[in-house]
Design a protein around this ligand. Structure first.
Ligand SMILES: [Cu+2]
Length: 484
């Protein structure tokens, strides 16, 4: 295995040296298996007829002897540490963000609490997806990827919110090493970051096994207020009305992805190439936002009587893996950050609602739309107001992905008010929505930023190791949200 990595870095050095020194190769070094790629490809003949000055072959060999150009540019990032520190003195904030590349086993839909089905997950910080980074437009991000000693694989990172040379940042960080990059978050919007595998080889496996996360860059002057249209009658005529909601909103994050896994829990490249997902996950879990047996007891009066028979795969699980629902208030501005990390376009839709506004980057794309297509490695900010208490289904309208897991259930407002009145009396009138008592699932809550209204309570939920789940609880409490 080590020889493969060595060959890959040799290929990378050759490719990079050539692109820095000359315009192009006549033949790509990636097409030859010779170990002496350099001499075979860089020669005066390579440049015949293309009108550029031949490369000084002797100089090229000297560069090769001193270890390649890559060593000489190892600190050449979008921004150097010195520049970042100087800019911070001029008023820019430096936000530090460190992720640890680690392979861990995590449960997958299909097992039982007594015999959980597991898969080999590749993670940032022992959670899938990785932690969300939230900054303000103009902030400097100090992004560090560390790979601990003893980790099975090298890892890399690609940061879609950054602009600057991918060399050397994208290349492998070996176990026991770390790499730091500085960049200015110049463009507002939502972006993914992900592992680049081992010098981009095996990248599909690393990303689709869990090494992806979200970066939210808040616009420097904040989000836009939301106008929602409705109608009213006036003197027998129908008039258009506008309700204005302030930019401050309750926020949710949904990372969509596809899992390609064989019966033994290992990555299945053939399933990926055929685009046949084993499971389609939201925030790491297929059907993770579905009822659990506590809700069965609350709604059906019996913990063993499923609300959605056959559709509650995590219901009897404990701790962070237990199925949870999303609870939202009515007549409030809800802002959803939705990123598609998968390989197929998703067609997000609310069964029972209409999206009031879609923003990509910081530019409004549409208003009043039924569904929105989000291609791979793209995100959208969805603003929505739930006018009526009820049950809503947030789903991918691509049936193959919905049926393999891209479905989440929302309960808006005090939908069960009258059913609860017998037991609770007039106290039911004081309930706005159930997150006040039952909490919002922690993995659906982004870190607070500009214009964030904090959820009243949270519940631990997500694809985390137990060790990481304990840390997440502290992190969310530090945002000012108490545990339910
Ligand atoms: Cu990786």
């Amino acid at each position: 295995m080590k020889n493969v990595y060595r060959l890959l870095s040799l290929v990378a050095v050759v490719a990079i040296s050539s692109s820095l020194l000359t315009a192009t190769f006549m033949t790509s070094p990636l097409n030859t298996s010779s170990t002496d790629l350099y001499k075979n490809n860089i020669s005066e003949q390579s440049f015949e007829g293309i009108g550029i000055k031949p490369l000084d072959v002797e100089m090229a060999h000297k560069i090769r002897e001193m270890g390649g150009l890559l060593l000489q540019v190892s600190n050449a990032n979008a921004l150097t540490e010195e520049e970042a520190l100087k800019m911070s003195k001029d008023g820019r904030k430096i936000v530090e963000f460190t992720v640890i590349g680690q392979t861990v086993n995590l449960p997958i839909m299909g097992g039982t609490p007594d015999a959980p089905k597991m898969y080999q997950a590749m993670t940032f910080n022992q959670q899938v997806p990785g932690p969300t980074l939230r900054v303000k437009q103009g902030d400097i991000v100090k992004f560090t990827l560390a790979v601990p000693e003893g980790e099975m694989f090298p890892h890399g990172r690609s940061i879609h919110a950054a602009q600057g040379s991918v060399v050397p940042g994208i290349l492998a960080v070996n176990p026991g090493e770390s790499r730091t990059t500085y960049f200015i978050a110049e463009v507002p919007g939502i972006f993914k970051y992900h592992c680049t595998g081992v010098n981009v080889a095996d990248m599909d496996r690393h990303v689709l096994s869990g090494m992806y996360g979200l970066i939210i860059v808040d616009p420097v002057d904040g989000y836009k207020p939301l106008l929602v249209r409705s109608t009213a009658t006036e003197d027998g005529e129908i008039k258009q009305e506008f309700t204005r909601y302030s930019a401050d909103a309750y926020e949710l994050q949904f990372n969509f992805n596809n899992l390609y896994i064989d019966a033994n829990g290992n990555y299945d490249i053939n399933a990926m190439l055929m685009e046949k997902p084993t499971q389609s996950v939201i925030n790491g879990m297929a059907l993770g936002y579905t009822p659990n047996n506590d809700l069965d007891a609350l709604i059906n009066g019996d913990a063993n009587k499923d609300i959605l028979p056959g559709f509650q795969p995590w219901q009897a699980f404990t701790n962070q893996y237990k199925g949870q629902l999303i609870y939202v208030p009515t007549n409030e501005h809800i802002r959803i950050f939705a990123e598609n990390h998968g390989t197929q376009t998703i067609f997000v839709h609310f069964i029972g609602e209409i999206f009031d506004r879609i923003t990509m980057g910081n530019r409004i794309q549409a208003e009043g739309v039924e569904s929105w297509g989000i291609p791979g490695s793209t995100g959208a900010i969805i603003d929505i107001v739930f006018e009526n208490p009820g049950v809503y289904v947030w789903a991918n309208h691509d049936y193959s992905n919905a049926m393999t897991g891209h479905v989440a259930i929302f309960v808006a407002g005090n939908f069960f008010k009258e059913a609860l009145r017998d037991d609770l009396g007039d106290a039911v009138d004081g309930i706005n929505y159930y997150a006040e008592a039952l909490g919002q699932p922690s993995d659906a809550i982004p870190p607070p930023g500009l214009n964030t209204k904090l959820w009243p309570k949270f519940n631990l939920h997500g694809l985390y190791t137990d060790e990481r789940a304990a840390e997440i609880a502290t992190i969310v409490e530090n945002w000012g949200i108490p545990r339910a």
